[in-house]
Design a protein around this ligand. Structure first.
Ligand SMILES: [Zn+2]
Length: 52
């Protein structure tokens, strides 16, 4: 899977179109996006990552 930002994918409806892929990105989340309020396991998945 290409390294796209979770923030972008959610705006495109990933959580509805591919809930499994979405859950995979959230699994073990250690970072949150300051701009969007999303959480993800990897900082590179977020546009403004900050440690949780
Ligand atoms: Zn973001």
């Amino acid at each position: 899977m290409a390294a796209k930002k979770l923030c972008t994918l959610v705006k495109k409806g990933l959580h509805k179109e591919d809930p499994e892929a979405y859950k995979e990105l959230l699994r073990g989340a250690r970072y949150a996006c300051k701009r969007c309020g999303r959480a993800a396991a990897r900082a590179k998945c977020l546009c403004k990552p900050t440690r949780l």
